[in-house]
Design a protein around this ligand. Structure first.
Ligand SMILES: Nc1ncnc2c1ncn2[C@@H]1O[C@H](COP(=O)(O)OP(=O)(O)OP(=O)(O)O)[C@@H](O)[C@H]1O
Length: 293
């Protein structure tokens, strides 16, 4: 049984598109990245998982149970929203104790460990905290019950780089202890660093799902050429070539396919230099988003 399974999940808001026919599985022990531009449908997918919105059609399950019919599965998951809002009058510790009271276990030891790690002062009033410190409260709140599934919606906004680093260490530790992680982001370097697999979402539809290692290592090459004179775009156009950029006597592009085929094509150009490199995830990402635009 998968940790998360979305089958043909569709949500419309009146006539407006939310998400369309989303299919994905997150398996035990996985860190799964969910990546897409603003308005692509990441939050709608997460809200469906949390049982906060009901799907128009299709299904969403966590540990085999329907997210809309079994609200109790929320106790198995820890959620960190992209923005956190609190009733200001409380002290941090009171808020965290209140959150912990929803679970049938003593979370105090874990609250202390997490707040030490995140450098969070438990005695402070929430009113007195900066945005970043409020975010830390959200992190502790999401993890204090040692959930089996952690859902993160653009988690690092508002955290300084040192805290971002600590946060990722914390998530990696939880993952090593066995928690699966579903991680929405539009920051590619985070996904590249943290995730085992990634799904790209665009205009409400999943356009690609792949292992990070396959995306980077095996499949794509970034080829840059310098020639004696300008290179015609048509000279490079063939199956597997995308993102062609021409500038003066140089050209660069992304290639996926049989390397011999592209080498034969490139050999027809009078070159002065060539480099072949691994593209970063950003370039692969652009490859997907530019296709079909
Ligand atoms: N309550 C709502 N009513 C109407 N349309 C909505 C509502 N919530 C989301 N949408 C629409 O659904 C689509 C997906 O939005 P969603 O917030 O899920 O995207 P997102 O990928 O999380 O974007 P962002 O990165 O900007 O948060 C958008 O077109 C958005 O306008």
């Amino acid at each position: 049984m998968s940790v998360i399974e979305l089958k043909a999940l569709t949500k419309t808001y009146g006539n407006a598109r939310g998400i369309t026919d989303v299919n994905l599985k997150v398996e035990h022990g996985e860190v799964f990245g969910f990546i897409g531009p603003n308005g692509a449908g990441k939050s709608t997918t997460i809200r469906t998982l949390l049982g906060l919105v009901h799907a128009t059609s299709g299904s969403a399950t966590i540990f085999g149970k329907s997210c809309s019919e079994h609200p109790e599965i929320r106790k198995e998951l820890g959620y960190l929203p992209s923005e956190v809002f609190y009733y200001d009058g409380m002290r941090v510790i009171d808020l965290l104790k209140y959150s912990a009271s929803f679970y049938k276990k003593d979370c105090m030891k874990r609250i202390k460990e997490l707040s030490e790690m995140m450098d969070l002062d438990l005695k402070k009033k929430i009113d007195d905290l900066s945005f970043g410190n409020k975010k830390k409260v959200g992190i502790v709140q999401g993890l204090l019950h040692e959930p089996k599934l952690i859902i993160l919606d653009e988690p690092t906004s508002g955290l300084d780089p040192l805290m971002q680093q600590k946060f990722f260490e914390l998530i990696a530790q939880e993952n090593q202890k066995g928690a699966a992680v579903f991680f929405s982001s539009h920051i590619l370097s985070e996904v590249q660093k943290m995730c085992d697999r990634v799904a790209f979402i665009k205009d409400g539809r999943i356009i690609k799902q792949e292992k990070i290692s396959d995306l980077q290592e095996n499949s794509y090459k970034k080829i840059s050429l310098e020639a004696k004179s300008g290179i015609a775009k048509a000279a490079l156009e063939m199956d597997g070539v995308s993102n062609i950029e021409l500038k003066g006597n140089t050209a660069s592009f992304i290639f996926r396919g049989n390397i011999n085929a592209i080498m034969r094509r490139v050999a027809e150009i009078e070159l002065t230099n060539i480099t072949i490199a691994e593209p970063d995830l950003e370039e692969i990402f652009m490859h997907y988003y530019m296709k079909g635009d």
